[in-house]
Design a protein. Structure first.
Ligand SMILES: [Fe+2]
Ligand SMILES: [Fe+2]
Length: 154
C-alpha cells in the first residue's frame, strides 16, 4: 500500500461528521421500518437485515475514529490521553449495546419486540453521536491551527 497522505484535523472532523449524518439517516430509516412493521407495511426480515447492516457500518465508523480521530485528539492538548481513554470506553459500550440489541432484534419473533429493540438502539446511538460531537468532533479539538507553523520550517 502506498503511503497515505496524512489527514488534517479539519479533514478528519469533516469525514467523521459526514459519517455521522449518514448513520443518522440509517437510524431514521430503521426507525421508520420498525413503525411500518407494526402497521404491517414492512417485513420483519427487512428490518432485521437493516439492523445487521447498521452494526457493520458502525463498526467501520468506530474503526475509522480510532485510527484517525484518536491520534489527532491525543495531540490536541494536554488532556489527550484521558480523552482517548474516554473515547475507547464509549466505543466499548457502543459495541456491547450493538451486540445486545442487534441480537435482540434478530432473535425477536413479535413485531412489537423488534420495534422496541430498534427504538432503544436508535435512541442510544443518536445520543452517543450528539455527545461525541460535543466532546470531540468540534473545532476546539480538531482544528488545523493547532499544528505549530514551525513544524514545516525544518
Ligand atoms: Fe465514536
Ligand atoms: Fe462517531
Amino acid at each position: 500500500m502506498p503511503d497515505e497522505e496524512p489527514m488534517l484535523p479539519s479533514e478528519i472532523r469533516e469525514k467523521v461528521l459526514s459519517q455521522h449524518r449518514e448513520i443518522e439517516a440509517m437510524l431514521e430509516e430503521l426507525r421508520l421500518g420498525a413503525s411500518e412493521l407494526l402497521q404491517g407495511l414492512e417485513t420483519a426480515d427487512r428490518v432485521k437485515r437493516a439492523a445487521t447492516a447498521l452494526r457493520g457500518i458502525l463498526e467501520l465508523h468506530m474503526a475509522f475514529e480510532e485510527r484517525y480521530m484518536a491520534p489527532a485528539i491525543r495531540e490536541a492538548d494536554g488532556f489527550g490521553p484521558e480523552r482517548i481513554r474516554h473515547l475507547q470506553d464509549e466505543h466499548e459500550e457502543q459495541r456491547a449495546d450493538l451486540d445486545r440489541l442487534v441480537d435482540a432484534i434478530r432473535d425477536a419473533a413479535k413485531p412489537q419486540d423488534i420495534a422496541a429493540a430498534v427504538h432503544k438502539l436508535v435512541d442510544i446511538l443518536k445520543k452517543d453521536i450528539d455527545e461525541e460531537e460535543r466532546d470531540y468532533v468540534n473545532e476546539d479539538l480538531l482544528r488545523d491551527t493547532l499544528v505549530p507553523s514551525d513544524t514545516f520550517g525544518g
